[in-house]
Design a protein around this ligand. Structure first.
Ligand code: ATP
Ligand code: MG
Length: 145
């Protein structure tokens, strides 16, 4: 999935996330980029719902990592905002999650540096208005919009 999409509600963001979720396989990483409050966690909620994760996905800012087990896959939601670099990210079990075949959604992926696989998906969210967002999705690279 690749392209730039305009959405005008949370529900449309969830619908877009659902489309991306159809392409995800165990071991995939989804990097979520965008300013504070852009909608990274909201997009992650859409991924989680589409992957069959029960319950609600909330902002993991204070716990850094949250694991959500769906019947089919382990979905891991990370918010690396408070971490400082690759060593911190390794310390929270990055490689272990990948080797277990988790699907990882990462907010503030810059902190993970070269740990991000080359095959990662990038979701870049720009705030355009109250509920309007421009969301760029690409695989293997990020691009500015
Ligand atoms: N179209 C939209 N898509 C996503 N979020 C939206 C949209 N319209 C309004 N919002 C609101 O914007 C806020 C986005 O917050 P969210 O926690 O998802 O952002 P975030 O990028 O994860 O922020 P942080 O960097 O603090 O983790 C929510 O309150 C959400 O309801
Ligand atoms: Mg967030």
């Amino acid at each position: 999935m690749k392209g730039v999409f305009e959405v005008s509600s949370v529900e449309e963001t969830w619908a877009l996330a659902k489309e991306l979720a159809k392409e995800l396989k165990p071991g995939d990483v989804v990097c979520l980029e965008g300013d504070l409050g852009a909608g990274k966690t909201t997009f992650t909620q859409g991924l989680a719902a589409a992957l069959g994760v029960p319950g609600r996905v909330t902002s993991p800012t204070f716990c850094i990592v949250q694991e959500h087990q769906s019947p089919d896959v382990l979905f891991v939601h990370m918010d690396l905002y408070r971490l400082h670099g690759e060593e911190d990210v390794e310390a929270i079990g990055w490689e272990d999650y990948l080797s277990r075949g988790a699907i990882i959604a990462v907010e503030w992926p810059e902190r993970a540096g070269s740990l991000i696989p080359l095959s990662a998906f990038y979701v870049c969210i720009h705030h355009m208005g109250e509920e309007k967002r421009r969301i760029a999705i690409d695989k293997g690279s990020t691009f500015e919009i």
